[in-house]
Design a protein around this ligand. Structure first.
Ligand SMILES: Nc1ncnc2c1ncn2[C@@H]1O[C@H](COP(=O)(O)OP(=O)(O)OP(=O)(O)O)[C@@H](O)[C@H]1O
Ligand SMILES: [Mg+2]
Length: 276
């Protein structure tokens, strides 16, 4: 969804991050915005700072400098109530669904727990209501209700990532930060999960910051994207222009490193039609 006239849902303004005991900057003066309802891409090679910037967006990492502005309000990392709200508003979906799920809890227990912890904010003090919501979430991500008794190890990679998405959606976030959510998955499953993100975006209107190193994936998912190199945002714009007429040498290099962006996309589209 392109939003020329709305103000950003999220603005990361001049963000600089330095990890403890590191003498270099993981992110340096990076600025990006995500508009309500859009899927914005963040692309760059390994180590360019994508995850770091995603963690800052989700309020899980405090920048050394810069501001996180959400819905027009500056997010203060030291302020407990504001941070609780921000962390609920912005949910992350991680690359490795197995590592992100508790191996000792069933899918149902995991979802029940999130809904219980946030019952007040979600207006779900009633247990039956939470159980209905759990079933609804499983349905929304394409998992049969009967799977709620399963443990993560008894699911496929794609199913685990569906659980990760359901858990993120449970708290009605306004923004999802999806950090390479399909890179650990088989190509045929990748398309299904990408389409699930699109469906969620269209049906629920949630915005998404979609992190990937795969240009074909970003092009498939996003109208707009940011390109990161060595901690800096070096180029941004509409994907169709970014990838057909890149201005920055690094973007050109990225595209050359994946000569088959278009071909990759076609392959995915093929498996997409096969999977439907
Ligand atoms: N916890 C940490 N402590 C110290 N340095 C870190 C930490 N996490 C990341 N870094 C460093 O910060 C820089 C940016 O890392 P980041 O994980 O954000 O990159 P990325 O673009 O997500 O890479 P990838 O595509 O491999 O996931 C890298 O140089 C990395 O080594
Ligand atoms: Mg990363």
């Amino acid at each position: 969804m392109q939003s020329d006239h709305t103000s950003p849902l999220l603005a990361l303004d001049n963000i600089t991050v330095q990890y403890e005991k590191s003498d270099s900057l993981a992110v340096e003066q990076a600025s990006i915005v995500v508009y309500p309802g859009e899927i914005a891409g963040l692309v760059g090679e390994s180590g360019s700072g994508k995850t770091t910037l995603g963690l800052v967006a989700a309020g899980m990492l405090c920048p050394k400098q810069g501001q996180v502005v959400f819905n027009g309000r500056c997010v203060d990392m030291r302020e407990r109530v504001g941070m609780y709200q921000h962390r609920r508003n912005v949910q992350m979906v991680f690359q490795d669904p197995a590592g992100a799920l508790n191996p000792r809890m069933t899918i149902g227990e995991m979802l029940d727990e999130v809904l219980y912890v946030h019952r007040q904010a979600l207006g779900m003090r009633d247990r039956t209501r939470r159980e209905q919501r759990r079933d609804q979430l499983m349905d929304a991500v394409g998992l049969p209700k009967s799977m709620r008794h399963r443990y993560p190890h008894a699911l496929s990679g794609g199913q685990r990532q569906r659980v990760g998405i359901a858990r993120a959606l449970a708290v009605n976030p306004k923004l999802l930060v999806a950090d390479e959510p399909v890179s650990a998955l088989d190509v045929s499953v990748q398309v299904q999960i990408l389409n699930l993100f699109k469906k969620v975006n269209e049906e629920l209107g949630q915005a998404c910051l979609f992190v990937a190193h795969d240009l074909a994936v970003v092009r498939y998912m996003c109208e707009r994207a940011y390109v990161m190199e060595a901690g800096r945002v070096v180029e941004s714009g509409l994907c169709r222009l970014l990838f057909s007429a890149p201005e920055h040498p690094y973007t050109r290099k990225l595209i050359q490193a994946v000569p088959d962006v278009e071909k990759g996309l076609k392959l995915r589209k093929m498996s997409l039609s096969e999977s439907n």
